[in-house]
Design a protein around this ligand. Sequence first.
Ligand code: GTP
Length: 354
Amino acid sequence: MTYLPFENGHLNHFTNGNGNHSNHKQVDDLNDRPKVLIWGLRKSGKTSILKVIFEKMPPGKTFQLPETQVVQIHDLSCGHHVRFQVRDPPGANHTTLYPIEFDKYSSECNALIFVIDAHDEYIEVLELLINTMRHMYDRNRQIRFEVFLHKVDGLQENVKMDIRRDLQQRLTDILIEYSMENALINFYLTSIYDHSIHEAFSKVIQNQMRQLRALENMLQMICTSTQLDKIFLCDVNNKIVLATDNKPVEPQIYELCCDLIDVYVDIANIYGSNNNNPVLDSMSFCTIELSIGVVLYLKDINEVLALICLVRKESAIKEGLIEHNLQCLKNTVEKLFVHDRLVQMDDLNIHNVE
Ligand SMILES: Nc1nc2c(ncn2[C@@H]2O[C@H](COP(=O)(O)OP(=O)(O)OP(=O)(O)O)[C@@H](O)[C@H]2O)c(=O)[nH]1
C-alpha cells in the first residue's frame, strides 16, 4: 500500500504496492479507477480493515496501529484487472462534519464505506453518518453508501441483529425526512476476526464493477449446466469475491471458499517449486472431498484469480466435465477483463450434464 500526505490540498496519485500485481503492465488511467472513501469516528477500525484484507496483517496485530495522521491513498487491484482506490483519512473526532476539510479527500468518490464501532453509542455516530451522507449525496446522486457495523465479534447473534435493525430503521426514517429515500445504501455486520469483513468488502468492490452482470450470468450458466451448488470468482491474495452465481451466499459457504484458498495457498507456499512464483499457474487445479458430502474445486483464471466451486458428492458429476467447463469459463473471463469486450454467452461453449 502507499501512504500519501496531501500536497497543497490536492491528492497525489501513486501506483499501488499491495503486492497483488503486476506482471500485467497495462496502461491504466488512475483517474478512471472507482474511488472509495473509508470514513467514520476515530478508532472505529478503518485502517485495520484495510491492513487485514490487503496486507494480510493478523487481526491481533491491529492493536498496535497508530492513529491515522494524514490521508492514506491505496491504489489496489483484485485479480489484476479490477482496480480501485481506497482513501483512508484520519477519523472524525466528533459527529460534526467539516465540509472544507472533508471535501479534500471525499471529492470524486464513487462509494463511501462508513465504519461504525458496534460498541460505540451508535445513535450519536448516526449524526455523523447522516451529515456525511447529505453532503456527499448533494454532490453525487449515484454514490453508494456502504455502512459497516463493525467489531461485532463477541456480540450475540440476536444482539447484532437488533442493533442492525434499529440502526437501519432510524436511518431510513431520517433519510425520508431529508428526501434521500433513493440513496443507494447497504448494511453489513463485520469483524476482522472472521471472514465477514472480506465478504462485505467483496460486495463494495462488486458494486463498482462494470463487468459484474456479465460475470454473474456466466457463473450462473456454468452452475446450471454443470450442476454445481455454488461458484465463486475470487482473488486468492485477499479473498475478495468478484462475482458469484445467482443463489444467495450463506456465510458458511463463503467460509468454506476462504478455507479452501488458505489450504491451497499454504500448500503452494510450502511445497511450491519456487517461492517467488505466484501460487496459481495455468495448470492449477485442486479437489477436496469433505466429510459432509461436498466436493470443493479450485481452478486458476490467472496468477491471482481462481474459480472456487462446491458440488454435492451425490451429484456424481464427472470431473472431466467440470474441468472442461471451467476451462471454457476461464477463457471467457479473461476475454471479458483483458479485452474489456462484451462477451456473448455463445463464447462460453460449455457442455451440459446429460
Ligand atoms: N474487536 C475488534 N476490534 C477491532 C476490529 N477492527 C479493529 N479493531 C480494533 O480497533 C482499534 C482501532 O483500529 P484502527 O484501525 O486503528 O482504527 P481507525 O478507525 O483506523 O482509527 P484512526 O486512524 O484513529 O481513525 C484497534 O485496537 C483494532 O485492533 C474488529 O473487527 N473487532
